[in-house]
Design a protein around this ligand. Structure first.
Ligand SMILES: NC(=O)C1=CN([C@@H]2O[C@H](COP(=O)(O)OP(=O)(O)OC[C@H]3O[C@@H](n4cnc5c(N)ncnc54)[C@H](OP(=O)(O)O)[C@@H]3O)[C@@H](O)[C@H]2O)C=CC1
Ligand SMILES: O=C(O)[C@@H]1CCC=N1
Length: 269
């Protein structure tokens, strides 16, 4: 039997990220009867009732899937519907458990997650964090997230930001790297379509190879780079002092700084 969403359930906001989760749950045969998507556009979501406003109902499960900057607009109207048996799951970047508890004081449990887009293919990473010692609620949410990929619990709230900076933002970073390799291919005479499609296929294929062999990324790189061969010269550039690692450190640092700013803005209100 697959994990079940406690119902009635509301998915408040269902854009790129929550929509990907719905796709992953649909592929896992999760039952969506008595689940409602609430979004201002009313844009339909396949096989889920979509509303533009909150129904006269007390949901047992509410997933927050809107932008962090919308919290102050949404919380005052949502809060009166939250009762002592409502589990809130939040994917809002930077919005801490204590900020959420302040906005939704009556909630039974507040559980933060930081999913990533490959949840749609059930290949996601979905770290979880809660300050509420509600084993039943935590188990129910872990079961749902476990359908979508790797779902580790974080011991400290900082870890959700750190994991999120890697895995939630990660698809954008890997995609950008593949784009850069594609552009370099164009510089070397390939057509844009061919260069970008082979770069993307190489990313996909590398992931599939690593998954199938269980090799670390370091081992995969070593296997490709023949001693005194061509790849070794390319890796020497990436591995140099001005190479990839300091760039990635700066990249992650900038994203984590923004996490702090989002939290600070929410705390001020
Ligand atoms: N994108 C990603 O890869 C990841 C995103 N996140 C988090 O997910 C959240 C959503 O991001 P993302 O999906 O990218 O954003 P989108 O812009 O794609 O989706 C935002 C959703 O919020 C809805 N919304 C806007 N205003 C309201 C409102 N007043 N009441 C209810 N719903 C509202 C929108 O409704 P409508 O569709 O009707 O406009 C839309 O469905 C963010 O908090 C982000 O931090 C976390 C990890 C990864
Ligand atoms: O960019 C963002 O803010 C969201 C959170 C992590 C990935 N996307």
């Amino acid at each position: 039997m697959t994990a079940a969403i406690p119902v009635p359930a509301w998915l408040v906001g269902c854009g790129n990220m929550a929509g990907a989760m719905v796709d992953g749950w649909r592929a896992s045969a999760v039952d969506f009867s008595n689940v409602a998507v609430i979004r201002p556009s009313g844009a339909p979501v396949e096989s889920i009732r979509t509303l533009t406003d909150y129904p006269d109902q007390q949901p047992r499960f509410v997933m927050l899937g809107f932008k962090p900057q919308k919290l102050d607009e949404i919380a005052p109207r949502l809060e009166p519907h939250i009762e002592s048996d409502t589990i809130i799951v939040s994917m809002l970047a930077g919005i801490t458990a204590s900020i959420l508890r302040q906005r939704f004081p009556n909630a039974r449990a507040i559980i933060r997650i930081m999913p990533n887009l490959p949840v749609a293919q059930r290949q996601g990473v979905i770290p979880l964090y809660s300050e509420d010692r509600d084993d039943q609620a935590c188990d129910a949410v872990e079961g749902l997230m476990g359908l979508l990929g790797l779902a580790p619990w974080c011991e400290h709230e900082d870890q959700i930001a750190a994991i999120g900076a890697i895995s939630a933002s990660g698809p954008a970073y890997f995609a950008r790297f593949a784009e850069a390799i594609g552009r370099a291919g164009v510089t070397h005479g390939l057509s844009s379509t061919l260069a970008h499609s082979i770069a993307a296929q190489t990313l996909i294929g590398t992931g599939a190879f690593a998954a199938a062999t269980g090799e670390s990324m370091g081992e995969v790189a070593r296997r490709v780079a023949s001693p005194k061969g061509t790849t070794e010269q390319g890796l020497a550039v990436l591995d140099g002092p001005e190479g990839l690692q300091p760039l990635v450190d700066r990249m992650l640092g900038a994203a984590l700084k923004r996490v702090e700013e989002l939290a600070e803005a929410a705390r001020r209100n």
